[in-house]
Design a protein around this ligand. Structure first.
Ligand code: HAM
Length: 435
């Protein structure tokens, strides 16, 4: 048949996770679930699609994410403005408000899955990527900010990652940031004669970004600009000092980075990022902080909250740089057969072995014994069971060990069908895969 259909490719920046790496993802996700459970976090799963205004309101109209990175479209069936989630926090808070989750008690929640941002793809930066997002809802104290950071640190240790460091800052409260902003604009106006065009343009829209300038001529000006910390009241300062104390209790070192502002607008007080030099340009593995104003911003009852998210592609990249993750085999037992009767017997035998908990593959495809043995070998199974004419006639099955085991099992053995279960049990075939 001639094929006139033009091949369809995947979308730029959205990767397939193939079996040669999906086992690493599964392993990592299992570790992440066990880790969140250690801190009492429960799983929440929200839809990938949300109303666009959830993100423009929650993340902020004048952020890169909302201005240029969201996959938004009009639902052609009803005209709704929808967006594929670019992060989890706004959706989790929306859900907590909608279902009144904080009615009786605060909630520790985590969620994991794909998120979408239309960025320029490169190593560590994709258009569909994965996050685990950890959200402590209804907690106001600095103990929680510190616990979240300690929690992340435990994960790095569990994964054997050492080349990762913590950057910390406090953004104070809204009014404090407002006062700082006015002072900053005033300062920039006074220094207008030294500003470049870019800085002049941003002076009123995003004066903090002016301080982030790469222009060496502006470094002096930036270094002497008013700093937010000087505008913080005692409550904000105490909160931050308490977070720092607790990090010192936990033996976690950090560097204070007054320029750390994060790319989402919902933060207040503590913000942090975990960064590494081992991933090239995209070195931020984890980012988060406190977001006490998000509930009320999204129309809910005022509730404090804090959390963070980890980029899983970046985490996996780091993890596999220093660890070899054992590839799991397709099956414990691979069944080889010759002739129609044998094939039917093999299918029935496989089901009874699965009843006993084994992972079993029955050969399907080329019928030659050599080809079948080759497939059996590449499946990673411990043993091949063989059913041919002779075995069929004797109601037995031959066993061939495909891997080197402790005792010498290199000989093919004939076992009566009725004794097979007992034999496999005595040899610990499934347990062998755990080692
Ligand atoms: P975020 O800093 O935008 O924070 O993203 C968290 C992490 O996702 C980043 O540190 C990075 O590892 C990863 N990431 C971001 N963009 C990409 C991309 N294009 N490709 C691959 N990985 C990426 C948030 O999303 C907040 N919701 C975190 C949070 C939770 N704050 C409080 N709770």
């Amino acid at each position: 048949m001639t094929n006139s259909f033009k091949k369809v490719n995947g979308i730029t920046g959205m990767k397939d996770i193939l079996p040669d790496s999906s086992y690493q993802w599964n392993e990592l996700e299992a570790i992440l679930r066990a880790w969140t459970a250690q801190y009492g976090y429960l799983n929440i799963r929200t839809p990938i699609l949300e109303q666009t205004r959830l993100f423009s309101r929650g993340i902020g109209e004048v952020t890169d994410i909302v201005e240029k990175e969201m996959y938004s479209f009009t639902d052609s069936l009803n005209g709704d403005q929808l967006t594929m989630r670019p992060e989890f926090t706004a959706g989790v808070v929306r859900s907590a408000i909608e279902h009144n989750l904080l009615y009786q008690r605060p909630q520790r929640l985590y969620t994991m899955g794909p998120v979408f941002r239309h960025e320029r793809p490169q190593r560590g930066r994709y258009r569909q990527f994965h996050q685990i997002s950890v959200e402590a809802l209804g907690f106001s104290g600095p103990d929680i900010d510190a616990e979240l950071i300690v929690m992340a640190d435990r994960l790095w240790k569990q994964l054997g990652l050492s080349n990762i460091r913590l950057e910390l800052n406090t953004l104070g409260q809204y009014d404090e940031r407002k006062a700082h902003r006015s002072a900053l604009i005033e300062y920039l106006e006074k220094n207008a004669n030294v500003l470049d065009e870019d800085s002049k343009r941003r002076m009123y829209t995003n004066p903090l970004r002016v301080l982030d300038t790469k222009n060496p001529d502006l470094q002096d000006m930036a270094d002497n600009a008013p700093v937010l910390f000087d505008f913080l009241g005692s409550e904000s300062k105490d909160h931050f000092a308490e977070v720092c104390n607790r990090l010192e209790d936990a033996g976690i070192s950090y560097s204070l980075n007054p320029r750390l502002v994060r790319g989402l607008d919902y933060y207040n007080l503590t913000v942090f990022e975990w960064v590494t030099d081992s991933l090239g340009a995209q070195g931020t593995v984890c980012g988060g902080g406190r977001y006490d104003d998000l509930f009320s911003l999204l129309g809910g009852k005022d509730s404090p909250a804090a959390g963070f998210a980890i980029g899983l592609e970046r985490l996996l990249d780091l993890w596999t740089q220093s660890n070899t993750i054992k590839e799991s085999s397709e099956c414990h037992i691979y069944i080889i057969h010759q002739g129609e009767g044998a094939q039917r017997r093999a299918a029935v035998l496989a089901e009874s072995l699965r009843d006993d908990g084994y992972r079993v593959v029955v050969h399907s495809g080329p019928t030659g014994f050599r080809a079948q043995f080759r497939r059996a070998d590449s499946s990673g199974a411990t043993i091949a069971l063989i059913i041919g004419d002779e075995e069929l006639a004797q109601s037995a099955v031959s066993i061939k060990w495909l891997r080197q085991t402790a005792d010498d099992n290199s000989q093919q053995q004939l076992i009566p069908m009725g004794q097979l279960a007992e034999f496999l049990k005595s040899k610990g075939v499934a347990a062998w895969h755990m080692t």
